[in-house]
Design a protein around this ligand. Structure first.
Ligand SMILES: Cc1cc2nc3c(=O)[nH]c(=O)nc-3n(C[C@H](O)[C@H](O)[C@H](O)COP(=O)(O)OP(=O)(O)OC[C@H]3O[C@@H](n4cnc5c(N)ncnc54)[C@H](O)[C@@H]3O)c2cc1C
Length: 257
């Protein structure tokens, strides 16, 4: 068969444009494709919500690829194991209550199941601002990550959603933007970003689920960003809390749509 480069180019441009246009408005837009964002996308899609996820980097998976210190095994507790099992991620009990899985199997399966459930992922796009109407977040302002990295003077574009999720990890970038623009009006004990505490795995895992909630009208937080925003401890390379946090944020939002 003869191949025509122009048809290949047309195929990419047309399908991408259609896809992006379809997601200019969604039920939920998620910033960050780490384990928390992917888990949230999966459960929202399973609940038949229209969900889109934007990831800054070329690859989704956030910090999960590297396990702990680049040793690519991950550890979860019993609650986290239930989620691994639900996704079909193979795992084994290491010691009572500690389950291990291969990091690459975990990331690739989370991503694939989220997409197959109906979530749409756009990589290489960064959330650089939020859209607001009155006192509510109504969307994300996006740019290509390459524009951000090259510091090019190029205007962003906007997508709209009924709810947005900050799943950007330690930086809680969306909450930072809102705080920077609006001052200390977030639903935290200080009204601003409290900042994450030192390592305490057991407490961190519990706190992250507790801290998964709405932090500004229309805006939820999940994953490591939740502990950074509300002041929970960091918890090292144990990932069950991230997955449970993604599931919780999906449930909270699905109840409101
Ligand atoms: C230096 C470092 C230290 C860490 N130490 C710990 C630790 O002690 N304890 C711990 O639990 N975890 C730690 N982590 C993170 C660890 O990988 C997490 O456990 C886990 O990956 C967090 O999951 P998450 O989904 O919340 O966020 P992440 O896995 O961090 O994923 C967030 C994703 O959001 C993307 N993103 C960020 N900002 C934007 C934006 N504006 N627009 C679009 N995408 C965006 C990122 O590229 C990333 O893929 C560390 C990570 C780093 C980099």
């Amino acid at each position: 068969m003869k191949l025509d480069e122009i048809i290949i180019t047309e195929a990419i441009i047309e399908t991408f444009t259609r896809k992006f246009r379809d997601y200019l408005s969604s039920d939920v837009a998620i910033a960050g494709g780490g384990p928390a964002g992917l888990s949230a996308a999966y459960y929202l899609a399973k609940a038949k919500k229209k969900v889109v996820l934007f990831e800054r980097r070329l690859s989704i998976g956030g910090g999960m690829w590297g396990g702990g210190m680049m040793l690519n095994s991950i550890v979860v507790c019993s609650e986290g194991k239930k989620i691994l099992d639900e996704f079909g991620i193979r795992n084994r009990e290491y010691k009572k209550g500690y389950y291990v899985a291969d990091a690459t199997e975990a990331v690739t399966t989370l991503a694939s199941e989220a997409v197959r459930a109906g979530a749409q992922i756009f990589n290489l796009m960064s959330v650089e601002d939020v859209e607001m109407r009155k006192d509510r977040v109504t969307g994300f302002v996006l740019n290509w990550s390459s524009v951000e990295w090259a510091k090019l003077h190029v205007d962003p574009m906007t997508v709209r959603a009924r709810f947005i999720v900050d799943a950007t990890g330690h930086g809680c970038e969306v909450a930072s933007i809102i705080q920077r623009k609006l001052g200390t009006r977030l639903k935290t004990r200080t009204g601003g970003i409290v900042g994450e505490g030192p390592m305490w795995a057991e407490r961190g895992e519990k706190a992250i689920v507790r801290n998964t909630k709405e932090f500004y009208p229309g805006a939820y937080v999940a994953g490591m960003a939740a502990n950074a925003l509300f002041g929970g401890p960091r918890m090292g390379p144990i990932f069950g809390g991230m997955l449970l946090s993604g599931k919780k944020v999906a449930q909270l939002i699905a109840e409101r749509i």
